[in-house]
Design a protein. Structure first.
Length: 274
C-alpha cells in the first residue's frame, strides 16, 4: 500500500501543476479553504451575538496593582450595566445614561467617544461614577469572552473590568417584543384571584402615540392589570406612563398569562398623593 501511494501522489501533483486553474466539477475537496480572515470574521460575528444576547453587569474591577476600583461601585444595588444593540453600546446605572458606537475585532472592543445625558445628581459619588466609567470605557479594550460566560475588559493602563451576563428579554422570550405604552393609575385596587388572597392590581390603560409622539385618541377605561411589569416598582399615589415591551410566552402554564411585560422606560410621572 505504501508503494502505491508514492506512485499516485506525484501524478496528482503533476496534474495539478499542468492545469492549476481547473478543478474537476463536483470536487468539494479541491475548493479553496476558508481564509484566516474569514475564520476571524465568523468568530467576531459569534462574539457579537453573545454580546447582544445579554445585559452585562459589572461584577469586579481592579487597577493595575490589583486594588478594587471603588469609584465604579457607587450604586451597590444597581451595578454598572452594558447593553450592545446593533453597532451601539449603552451604559446604564450611572448618574447619566451614556452610549456610543463600538466595533469588535482581533480580540479588542473599540468604543467611540461617548455621549451622555446632562442630568445632575445630588450624590457626589454618582457624579464621579460617570467620569470613572467614561475614562475606562473608551478606545481599544482587550476583550475576553470566557467559557464561563463572563466578559473581561482590560484597559491600556492595566485596569481589569469583569462583567457577568444576564440574558435579555429577547433572549429569554425568543424574539422581539411589541412596544406598548401603558398609563398606570396612582392607586391600586383589589382584584379577584383564586390563588392570592387580598390581591391588589395595578390599574392600567393603553395609550397610543403617532410617529411624532403626539397622543392619539382617548384612552379607554381603567382595567385590572393581573400581570407583572419586570423592572417597574409602583409607588402608591404616583401616576406613571410607561413604555414597555410585551412578549408572547410560548406554552404558558394553564393558570399563567401568555404575555410578559418588561419596562423600557418611564415616560412621565405625576404625584397625586393627597
Amino acid at each position: 500500500m505504501k508503494r502505491t501511494l508514492m506512485l499516485i501522489l506525484p501524478l496528482a501533483l503533476m496534474a495539478a501543476c499542468s492545469n492549476p486553474s481547473t478543478a474537476p466539477a463536483g470536487r468539494d475537496d479541491l475548493a479553496p479553504a476558508p481564509t484566516a480572515a474569514a475564520d476571524q470574521a465568523a468568530v467576531a460575528r459569534l462574539d457579537v451575538q453573545r454580546l447582544q444576547g445579554s445585559h452585562w453587569r459589572l461584577d469586579s474591577a481592579t487597577d493595575a496593582s490589583g486594588k478594587r476600583i471603588d469609584a465604579l461601585f457607587a450604586r451597590a444595588d444597581k451595578p454598572v450595566t452594558l447593553d450592545f444593540q446593533g453597532d451601539r453600546i449603552a451604559i446604564s446605572n450611572t448618574c447619566n445614561r451614556m452610549g456610543g458606537g463600538y466595533t469588535l475585532a482581533d480580540g479588542s472592543l473599540t468604543i467611540s467617544p461617548m455621549a451622555s445625558t446632562m442630568m445632575a445628581c445630588t450624590d457626589k459619588n454618582l457624579m464621579a461614577l460617570d467620569q470613572a466609567v467614561g475614562s475606562r470605557l473608551e478606545g481599544a479594550l482587550k476583550t475576553e469572552l470566557g467559557d464561563a460566560g463572563q466578559l473581561t475588559l482590560r484597559t491600556a493602563k492595566g485596569d481589569v473590568l469583569v462583567f457577568t451576563p444576564e440574558p435579555t428579554a429577547e433572549t429569554r422570550y425568543g424574539g422581539e417584543g411589541e412596544t406598548v405604552f401603558l398609563e398606570v393609575a396612582a392607586q391600586t385596587k383589589p382584584c379577584p384571584h383564586p390563588m392570592i388572597r387580598d390581591k391588589q392590581c395595578l390599574q392600567t390603560r393603553e395609550i397610543r402615540y403617532d410617529a411624532n409622539g403626539i397622543k392619539q385618541g382617548e384612552p379607554g377605561e381603567w382595567e385590572n392589570f393581573y400581570d407583572v411589569i419586570e423592572g417597574y416598582t409602583h409607588e402608591d399615589g404616583v401616576r406613571n406612563v410607561v413604555r414597555v415591551k410585551r412578549y408572547k410566552i410560548a406554552n404558558p402554564p394553564a393558570d399563567a398569562s401568555s404575555n410578559a411585560y418588561v419596562l423600557d422606560m418611564v415616560v412621565e410621572s405625576a404625584n397625586e398623593k393627597k
